[in-house]
Every structure is written in structure tokens, then in C-alpha cells.
Ligand binder design. Structure first.
Ligand SMILES: NC(=O)c1ccc[n+]([C@@H]2O[C@H](COP(=O)([O-])OP(=O)(O)OC[C@H]3O[C@@H](n4cnc5c(N)ncnc54)[C@H](OP(=O)(O)O)[C@@H]3O)[C@@H](O)[C@H]2O)c1
Length: 271
């Protein structure tokens, strides 16, 4: 299996690369931090000498860099069977410090970055009538959670896009899988200063994702103790959702009236 994965320099992406390498996959790992990627590449080839690993330094916001990375992986690995669109970022947005720049940055990484990857890899997959596209979204896509508007909106866009694409590709031989995790312990969530129920390790998350891909699931969501209640919450009418969230946030570092964090340390509720 030949895999291209974005955001492999840390957190979930790094754990996914380690898990896939342990299962004998050839990898192209893409992210901005060159040293971390190089270190991961040398660890992986030392531990699994039979696999090929290509480290690619690039920014998913740059369409040409994403295309070049995927072209190189197709050339050097002989094709891509599994495309994992994992690169992501997040930050809190308070009404007092509203910034469209922040929204643009998060949208460019979490949503458009994934679209560039699909644009680059899909033609060869369609031609071969095989391939799997995996988008790492978030359970935060199910509703708009406080202080996380740019993150939730970018992940909702990605989830929705992948759902349409899955239907558009029906019968083409190309599968689309959406990953909707709850909280995972990574550098992204290490900054959070609020309780993160049912936090899972990035190694365990990577195992669940790779197992879900092998089982050809259409959506991979975990931990179910968190994701199932949140999926149910999606069906609630708006007034009930607002009421539940205002109760839940009370006493958790959020101001009662606005839902804004009482201290700068309180951050978005999703990773
Ligand atoms: N942690 C959670 O609780 C959680 C929950 C649900 C979903 N997720 C999703 O899981 C994915 C991985 O997040 P994580 O928690 O593992 O966070 P992380 O440790 O901060 O990793 C994010 C990865 O994305 C890469 N990245 C960020 N901006 C990039 C850019 N412009 N171009 C290329 N690569 C970029 C980073 O690499 P460089 O900085 O080297 O570029 C890094 O490898 C994200 O899509 C996130 O939204 C995480």
C-alpha cells in the first residue's frame, strides 16, 4: 500500500505514519517542519528497512506545493493508493478579538488544503478505478461550539464536502472516508485549558483509524462515549442546544453571558 499523508510531522499524523509503516506501507510524509519530517523518515526506515519513505517539506495552503508533493509521490512510489488529508490547525476566536485573518488561515489549512490534495490525487485514482481518500475532520463539525467558530466551520465544510464526494464517486472504485475524532492528546490539544472528556492517545487514535480504513468504513468516529452523544446533539433544535451548551460551559472558565472564556488560557473546546 502506497500512502501520502499531510501533517505527519507531529501528533496524529506522526502516529498514523508510524502505524502505517509498522503495517508495511510505503509513505510520502508532508508538512512544513523539515527537521521533524526527516527525523521521522529516518526512524521509520531504520525500524522497517523494507519500506520506502519520502519526506516532503511543504505548506498545504500552497496549491502548487501540494500538487508537486503528490506528483513526486506518484512518480517515486509508483502511485498512491491511500491519500490521508490530516494537516490541520485551530485557535480560539473571541468576539472581542474578531479576526477574519484567523478564519482565512484555519479555512486554508483545514478545508482548502484538503481540497488541493484531492484535486491532485483524484485523476490517477479515477483512471486506475481504485484508491481511498481519507479526510481527517472532527466531531466538532457536528455543531458550532463556543470559541471555536473558525475550527468548527472549517471541519463542517470538510465533512460536508467529503459526504458529497463519496456520493459523486459511487461506483468509480474510489472510496472516501471521513474521520471524526473526539479529543486526542497531541500538541494541538496540549494547549487546551479546559476538561477534554475521554481524551485518547494519538497512538490509539491512529490504530483505530487504520483499522477503520482496513474495514472499509465510510466514517470513523471515536471515542463513541463522546461521539454518539454529540451526534445525537446534532438533531436537537437550536434553542435546546444553546441552553445545554450554556449550562455545560458555566463554571468551566467561560463567561455566563457571552460564552467567552474568562481567562485567555481558556481555549476552544475541540482539538
Ligand atoms: N487533537 C485532537 O483532539 C483532534 C480532534 C479532532 C480532529 N483533529 C484533527 O487531526 C488533525 C491532526 O491534528 P493534531 O491534533 O495531530 O495536531 P498537531 O499535532 O498540531 O499536528 C498538526 C499537523 O498538521 C501540520 N500542519 C499544520 N498546518 C500546516 C500547513 N499549513 N501545511 C502543512 N502542514 C500543516 C503540522 O505540521 P507543520 O507544523 O510541520 O506544518 C502537523 O504535522 C487535524 O486535522 C486536526 O484538526 C484533532
Amino acid at each position: 500500500m502506497r500512502v501520502w499523508i499531510s501533517g505527519a510531522s507531529s501528533g496524529l499524523g506522526e502516529s498514523l505514519a508510524r502505524e502505517l509503516a509498522a503495517r508495511g506501507c510505503h509513505l510520502a510524509i508532508f508538512a512544513r517542519r523539515e527537521q521533524l519530517l526527516e527525523k521521522l523518515r529516518s526512524d521509520l526506515v531504520a525500524a522497517h528497512p523494507s519500506i520506502s519513505v519520502i519526506a516532503q517539506t511543504g505548506d498545504v495552503r500552497d496549491r502548487a506545493q501540494v500538487h508537486a508533493g503528490i506528483r513526486e509521490a506518484e512518480g517515486r512510489l509508483g502511485g498512491i493508493d491511500l491519500l490521508i488529508l490530516n494537516a490541520g490547525t485551530g485557535d480560539s476566536l473571541s468576539p472581542e478579538k474578531f479576526s477574519a485573518e484567523l478564519v482565512e488561515r484555519i479555512t486554508a489549512v483545514n478545508y482548502l488544503g484538503a481540497i488541493y490534495g484531492i484535486e491532485a490525487a483524484l485523476p490517477a485514482m479515477l483512471q486506475r478505478k481504485s484508491g481511498t481518500i481519507v479526510g481527517v475532520s472532527s466531531i466538532g463539525a457536528v455543531r458550532g461550539f463556543p470559541m471555536a467558530a473558525p475550527y468548527c466551520a472549517s471541519k463542517a465544510a470538510l465533512t460536508s464536502f467529503l459526504e458529497s464526494l463519496r456520493l459523486d464517486l459511487w461506483g468509480s472504485g474510489v472510496r472516501v472516508i471521513t474521520v471524526s475524532p473526539g479529543f486526542i492528546k497531541t500538541p494541538l490539544t496540549d494547549r487546551n485549558r479546559f476538561p477534554m472528556p475521554f481524551l485518547v492517545s494519538s497512538e490509539s487514535a491512529a490504530r483505530r483509524i487504520v483499522d477503520g480504513i482496513s474495514r472499509r468504513k465510510r466514517e470513523i468516529h471515536f471515542p463513541r462515549r463522546l461521539t454518539i452523544p454529540l451526534k445525537i446533539l446534532r438533531c436537537f433544535p437550536g434553542f435546546l442546544f444553546d441552553w445545554i451548551l450554556s449550562r455545560t460551559m458555566r463554571g468551566k472558565g467561560y463567561r455566563k453571558e457571552t460564552g467567552s472564556p474568562a481567562t485567555p488560557a481558556a481555549r476552544r473546546p475541540f482539538g
